[in-house]
Design a protein around this ligand. Structure first.
Ligand code: CAP
Ligand code: MG
Length: 411
């Protein structure tokens, strides 16, 4: 019974043959030992040498530790470790983000990044519409998109939801969406809500304003495509799915189903459970990459250090993963959300550039002039940033923005 070594330090990774992962490791063991424990557990080994592992299996399928830089370990997994089934995120995750989190040898381990070879990226189709498609549907080629989340997140009737959307659109917003906890509760049945919101959007369009509203179809896996089809039939022009609670397969099923002909807005509720701790869990970046592979058209990426949510908030790598040209898919519209208000829109855009959707729930519905006034203030803040004018300057002849700055200040 041989003990095989998974250490291949200094040997460069072959990006065409391996999935390459970066892990941040906290351990009391020597880092090389900890890295070997990860490689063994996630590929051909276990806690002891085993008689059933021979050198041919090990050489073909063993993970390789190719770099250790401080507490960051780079491991590569042979492409043959992965399922040949078409685009299986569950199997990919069980290799790159599986048992290792529970290993007693590690105090903490965090998957920071992953790069997939062509043999795997080619199994996925990416977004059907993407950032481009959403912009086209809205007739807004350049400016940042500006949206809202209907607030309160639960409680409004279908009529009140539609009224909110109409007011938001009348104030100039390009997007709105259901909140993550709203799907089909008795106070706001999804059919009635979808029909009434569609009527509000039609009314706005007749008045010359195009707007999208994402209806949340998050539900059990075997019903989600059916629900999305129904919602589409009731007039929805965009749908939303909570990717962590529904699973990547749900996004993929919706994106790949030919009967679904509307863009998918991807919310990431619950991600903070494993993205927030800098020493343990999974960073948002691998999740962003997987959402793009699975076909999300828009994805929450945080507010780049200026909003209310702390998890992954400073990471602009997610923005790049949505928009980069290093993968064979359409780009994803990055969505900056969470504690946004007009006074921070300029700072967000400074960090994000114009290819972004900025949205505010409380920062619209909490405006002294109501939803329409809040929508106007958000649009004015975006226009100011787009034209390179400081918000405080722009507010001198834009009343709603002035009121928002007075109420919430700016950063
Ligand atoms: C924003 C939001 C989103 C967060 C989630 C909320 O509302 O609707 O769910 O953006 O965070 O309920 O908080 P506010 P993230 O504008 O009222 O804060 O996008 O980081 O996943
Ligand atoms: Mg929300």
């Amino acid at each position: 019974m041989e003990n095989y070594s998974y250490l291949h330090l200094g040997e460069p990774a072959d990006p065409d043959r391996y999935v390459i992962c970066k892990y941040r490791v906290s351990t009391d063991l020597p880092m090389e030992k900890a890295a070997e424990a990860i490689a063994a557990e996630q590929s051909t080994g276990t806690w002891t040498g085993i008689s059933t592992l021979d050198s041919s299996i090990f050489e073909r399928l063993g993970a390789r530790i190719i770099d250790i830089a401080g507490n960051v370990v780079t491991a590569e997994f042979p492409v043959d470790d992965f399922s040949i089934e078409v685009g299986s995120v569950p199997q990919i995750l069980s290799v790159i983000a599986g048992n290792l989190f529970g290993l007693g040898a590690l105090n903490g381990v965090r998957l920071e990044d992953v790069t997939f070879p062509k043999d795997i990226t080619s199994q996925f189709k990416g977004p059907k519409f993407g950032a481009e498609g959403i912009r086209k549907a809205l007739g807004r080629p350049e400016k940042p998109l500006v949206g809202t989340i209907v607030k309160p997140k639960i409680g409004l009737s279908p009529e009140k939801t539609a009224e909110y959307v109409y007011e938001a659109g009348s104030g100039g917003l390009t997007n709105s969406k259901d909140d993550e906890t709203l799907v089909d509760q008795p106070f706001c049945p999804i059919q009635d809500r979808t029909v009434k919101v569609a009527e509000a959007l039609d009314r706005l369009e007749e008045e010359g304003h195009r707007m999208l509203h994402a209806i949340n179809v998050s539900t059990r896996g075997d019903k989600i495509v059916e629900l999305a089809e129904k919602v589409q039939g009731w007039g929805a022009r965009q749908i939303m799915v909570d990717v962590i609670t529904c699973g990547f397969g749900a996004v993929q099923a919706l994106a790949e189903d030919p009967s679904i002909k509307v863009p998918i807005h991807v919310h990431r509720t619950m991600h903070g459970a494993f993205t927030k701790d800098p020493h343990h869990g999974v960073a948002m970046l691998p999740l962003t990459k997987l959402v793009r592979m699975c076909g999300g058209d828009a994805l929450h990426i945080g507010t780049l250090g200026v909003g209310k949510m702390s998890a992954g908030a400073h990471e602009d790598s997610n923005l790049r993963a949505c928009l980069g040209d290093d993968v064979p898919y359409r780009t994803v519209m990055p969505v900056c959300s969470g504690g946004v208000y007009p006074g921070i829109v300029g700072s967000i855009i400074e960090r994000s550039g114009f290819d972004v959707q900025i949205q505010a729930g409380g920062g619209v519905a909490g405006h002294p002039d109501g939803v329409r006034g809040g929508a106007k203030a958000m649009c004015q803040a975006v226009d100011a940033a787009f034209e390179g004018i400081p918000a405080s300057e722009y507010a001198k002849d834009h009343r709603e923005l002035a009121l928002a700055l007075e109420k919430w200040g700016s950063r």
